[in-house]
Design a protein around this ligand. Structure first.
Ligand SMILES: [Zn+2]
Ligand SMILES: [Zn+2]
Length: 257
C-alpha cells in the first residue's frame, strides 16, 4: 500500500492511493503538465492510473482535470450533477457519477464517499478499502461532523486537514470577510480542530497520518506538527508516522508490508 501527496495546500491538491491492483488519483489541482512532472518524480507512469476521483469543484482541486482526462482517457468519478458545474471535464464519456453515502468499486478497492461541510457544491471526503486496509481522505471541511469521524474510523493511513493556526489567521493579513469564511463551518479546519479529529481516530492499526491543505499565509508546518504531536504524546494506543503535506513537492508513505 502506498499513499503519495503530489501536492497539498491552498494552491493545489492531488494525491495517489495505491493498494492491491489499483492506483487512484484523488483531485487534480495542479496543471496537467505539473501533475505529470510530479508523477515522474515519484516514479509513477501517468498511464498506469486507473481512475481520478474528485472531492469538489474548487480550482485548487480541479485545475488539471480536463487536460489530464483528455491526455490519458482517464475515467473520472464525480458527485452527481457536478459535471454540469465544471467548465472542463475532459471527455463526457469518461465521467462516472456517484452519490455521497453510496459505495462503489474500482478494481479491488471499495470507494466510500461521505458528505463534508464546505462552501462548494456537495463536497465529499473518501475512504478507500481493500485487502491491505483502509485509507481515509478528508480535507476542505469547515467542521468535523459525526459522519466524518465515523467514516474515517479504522484507517491505516489518514490524510487530514490542518489548514491554519487560529492565532496566525486572526492576526494575519487576510481581509475580515475571508478570515470569517476560513474559520466558518463551511471553511477549513485549524490545526487544533484537525488534531482533535486525529484524537478521535487513534487505534492500534493507525500507521501514518498526513497533515494536509496547509495555508501558506496562516500556518507553518512546525505548528501543525506540534499540534498533532500533542495528541500523540498523550496516548499509548499507536505510533503513527506524521507527514506534513507540501505545496511544492510530493510526499510519499509506503507500507512496510
Ligand atoms: Zn475547497
Ligand atoms: Zn482546497
Amino acid at each position: 500500500m502506498r499513499v503519495c501527496l503530489l501536492a497539498s495546500g491552498s494552491k493545489g491538491n492531488s494525491l495517489l492511493v495505491e493498494s492491491g491492483r489499483t492506483r487512484l488519483m484523488i483531485d487534480a489541482g495542479l496543471s496537467a503538465r505539473e501533475l505529470r512532472r510530479r508523477l515522474d518524480v515519484v516514479g509513477v507512469a501517468a498511464e498506469s492510473i486507473d481512475a481520478l476521483l474528485i472531492t469538489h469543484e474548487h480550482t485548487d482541486h480541479v485545475r488539471g482535470l480536463g487536460p489530464l482526462v483528455r491526455q490519458l482517457d482517464l475515467p473520472v468519478y464525480l458527485q452527481t450533477d457536478l459535471a454540469g458545474q465544471l467548465a472542463d471535464v475532459g471527455k463526457p464519456q469518461c465521467v462516472h457519477e456517484f452519490a455521497a453515502g453510496e459505495d462503489f468499486t474500482i478494481n479491488d478497492l471499495t470507494v466510500s464517499p461521505f458528505a463534508i461541510t464546505h462552501d462548494s457544491l456537495a463536497p465529499v471526503g473518501f475512504t478507500l478499502s481493500g485487502e491491505h486496509g483502509k485509507v481515509g481522505v478528508a480535507t476542505d471541511l469547515g467542521v468535523v461532523t459525526r459522519l466524518v469521524t465515523e467514516s474515517l474510523r479504522g484507517c491505516r493511513v489518514l490524510v487530514l486537514e490542518t489548514n491554519h493556526d487560529e492565532e496566525m489567521l486572526r492576526d494575519g493579513p487576510y481581509p475580515w470577510p475571508l478570515k470569517q469564511r476560513v474559520r466558518s463551518a463551511h471553511g477549513h479546519l485549524s490545526n487544533r480542530a484537525g488534531s482533535s479529529l486525529l484524537q478521535e481516530l487513534l487505534w492500534k492499526g493507525l500507521e501514518s497520518v498526513f497533515l494536509g491543505h496547509l495555508s501558506e499565509t496562516n500556518n507553518r508546518p512546525e505548528l501543525a506538527l506540534t499540534s498533532a504531536n500533542q495528541v500523540l504524546d498523550t496516548q499509548n494506543i499507536c505510533l503513527p508516522q506524521l507527514i506534513v503535506g507540501q505545496q511544492n513537492a510530493p510526499q510519499t508513505w509506503v507500507a512496510q508490508r
